[in-house]
Design a protein around this ligand. Structure first.
Ligand code: ATP
Length: 200
């Protein structure tokens, strides 16, 4: 499984080049930080990787990368549903029976360090727990490629560390992980960097 970008360039109609001639190869087990100043095209690059946008020039070749999942900056959930409910739902939606769905969901919560709050309602989770729950829910879709947009921007140091550790665990389970981030803590926790614009 890998994703290769060759000569990737993007310009919106009537705009300047956002980025030009980017080439990189993404493989499982690594965590790639997409960095750069505001407006340099970080989220746009994630959209290209997801296949939502097409590059103006260049190509993206996906080898065995079929399932993509996104985690956005602000966690969303159902206030009175438990963490376990949130993660079990994708399994139930795919037709898993109750026991399998709950066991799999619990394993995903363990991966992101949330086993201890599995029965806590969403409204009682802290910001970092809610963000990790979004990661667990993405895991439940068994993504080959996980795209994460600014996961730690509003989190304190300890919480940011826990989120970054959860992301590292997901990558080491065999997922390609790409994170758009301004946060130096997250950039430093990544194994690789794709720097856009006048980054850093
Ligand atoms: N569909 C679009 N049409 C035209 N311009 C767009 C479109 N989408 C994004 N842009 C512009 O492209 C530039 C890059 O946007 P993008 O959201 O990718 O930047 P970013 O690096 O993620 O920024 P931030 O760090 O502020 O989130 C911005 O100037 C934005 O206004």
């Amino acid at each position: 499984m890998r994703l290769t970008a060759e000569g990737l360039s993007l310009r919106f109609p009537q705009g300047d080049w956002l980025f030009e001639d980017l080439s990189f190869r993404l493989v499982p087990g690594r965590v790639y930080a997409v960095t750069g100043p505001s407006g340099s095209g970080k989220s746009t690059l994630l959209s290209l990787l997801a296949g939502w946008l097409h590059p103006t020039k260049g190509v993206i070749v996906r080898e065995d990368v079929a399932v993509t999942s996104w985690v956005f900056q602000n966690p969303h959930g159902v206030a009175r549903r438990t963490a376990l409910d949130h993660v079990a739902l994708p399994y139930l939606a795919r037709g898993a029976d109750h026991d399998h769905a709950w066991q799999s969901a619990f394993a995903d919560l363990e991966t992101v360090g949330l086993a201890g709050v599995s029965l806590r309602q969403f409204r009682h989770l802290s910001g970092g727990e809610a963000q990790r729950l979004m990661l667990a829910r993405a895991l439940a879709t068994h993504p080959h490629l996980l795209l994460v947009d600014e996961p730690t921007a509003q989190l304190d140091q300890r919480t940011a560390v826990s989120v970054n550790e959860a992301i590292g665990s997901i990558a080491s389970d065999g997922t390609i992980v790409v994170i758009a981030t301004h946060d130096e803590r997250t950039r430093d926790a990544c194994t690789d960097e794709i720097a856009l614009g006048a980054a850093r």
